[in-house]
Design a protein around this ligand. Structure first.
Ligand code: ADE
Ligand code: ZN
Length: 330
């Protein structure tokens, strides 16, 4: 990793907490909670972290969450990730979590929300890291569970930064979720959605028009539609791009094929993120290093993308000013 990347103050806006569970953590929690996993040992878990596409990944990812059984487990995995953030000079991070996965197993949503919230409080005390959580609706389960999830989430409105839309994309456009996101926005809660990861530009248009997103997660397929690129640029809609995830899930064959340079060239408000760092073997700094080494992204562009991330974040105006100041001092 370059010295510039090491000392660059960083902001992450797209990271799923369950996707930060390293194989060792998976086995540790399985042991604690007496869960039998279909893996004989650490090497078997590592070998399983190899995916043909998003659907195959989501399937394995959701199975892995079976080892997370109480608020203490959520606290443990959140702290583990936030310690890594501290090591990487990530000053602010906004992370995704699931609710439905656990509710369907008979757990209360407090387990997720309270566990993660306690992790953020401790990391703020210990490291000064800010941020918070963005629960996601699981799109391939349809709109009805999402509506029930929202009823539950409204009890914790003060603890959430935004609500997102994730999991299997193709076949489940944002337009299916118009009613539930109308309610989300009416509650004054920001909206983000995975769109244009595997899905066509129509999914990005739908995220904009039908659920009125504040940010697009991924969005790498926007370049296939010149009008869409122009719209994203004019409206300065942020895109949380996850380069190593895209290569791991075969959205692009090689890092050299990634469209991040074209997105920057088009003047889009792009940020770089890790998505599921344990599964894809790359935390934020490794993603930054990959685009620098394989896509020709310059130090100046890396800095610009951190400034974009501060602007695109849900941090308070005071915190945004502090983060911009830190970036100005590099
Ligand atoms: N959940 C975790 N990672 C995801 C991704 N890359 N796309 C959609 N849903 C996800
Ligand atoms: Zn994601």
């Amino acid at each position: 990793m370059s010295q510039f990347i090491e000392r660059l103050p960083k902001v992450e806006l797209h990271m799923h907490i369950e996707g930060s569970m390293e194989p060792e953590m998976l086995l540790q929690l399985a042991d604690k909670n007496k869960i039998t996993l279909p893996y004989a040992d650490l090497d078997a878990v590592k070998a399983a972290y190899n995916f043909a596409d998003l659907a195959a990944f989501v399937d394995l990812y959701i199975k892995g969450t079976e080892v997370v059984c109480d608020a203490e487990d959520f606290y443990t995995i959140t702290m583990e990730y936030l310690k890594k953030c501290h090591q990487e000079n990530i000053l602010h991070t906004e992370i995704f979590c699931d609710i439905r996965t656990y509710v369907d197993r008979g757990y209360a949503p407090e387990m997720v929300i309270e566990g993660i919230d306690a992790g953020f409080k401790a990391a703020y005390q210990e490291f000064g890291i800010t941020g918070g959580m963005m629960p996601c609706f699981i799109r391939h389960l349809g709109a009805e569970p999402a509506m029930q999830d929202l009823d539950m989430l409204l009890r914790f409105k003060d603890k959430i930064l935004a609500i997102g839309l994730a999991a299997v994309e193709v076949g489940f456009p944002p337009s299916m979720f118009t009613d539930v996101f109308d309610r989300v926005r009416a509650e004054g809660i920001p909206v983000v959605a995975h769109a244009g990861e595997e899905g066509s530009p129509d999914y990005i248009w739908s995220a904009i028009r039908d659920i009125k997103v504040d940010r697009i997660d991924h969005g790498v397929r926007c370049l296939e539609d010149a009008q869409l690129v122009e719209y994203l640029k004019q409206k300065e809609i942020p895109l949380t791009v996850c380069p190593c995830s895209n290569v791991s899930l075969n959205v692009f064959e090689r890092m050299e094929d990634h469209v991040l340079p074209q997105m920057l060239e088009a003047g889009l408000k792009v940020t770089v993120n890790s998505d599921d760092p344990a599964h894809f073997g790359a935390y934020l700094s490794e993603n930054l290093t990959a685009v620098q080494n394989h896509c020709g992204v310059t130090d100046q562009q890396l800095l610009q993308m951190q400034q974009n991330a501060v602007d695109a974040s849900f941090a308070t105006p005071d915190r945004k000013a502090e983060l911009h100041q830190r970036l100005a001092e590099i």
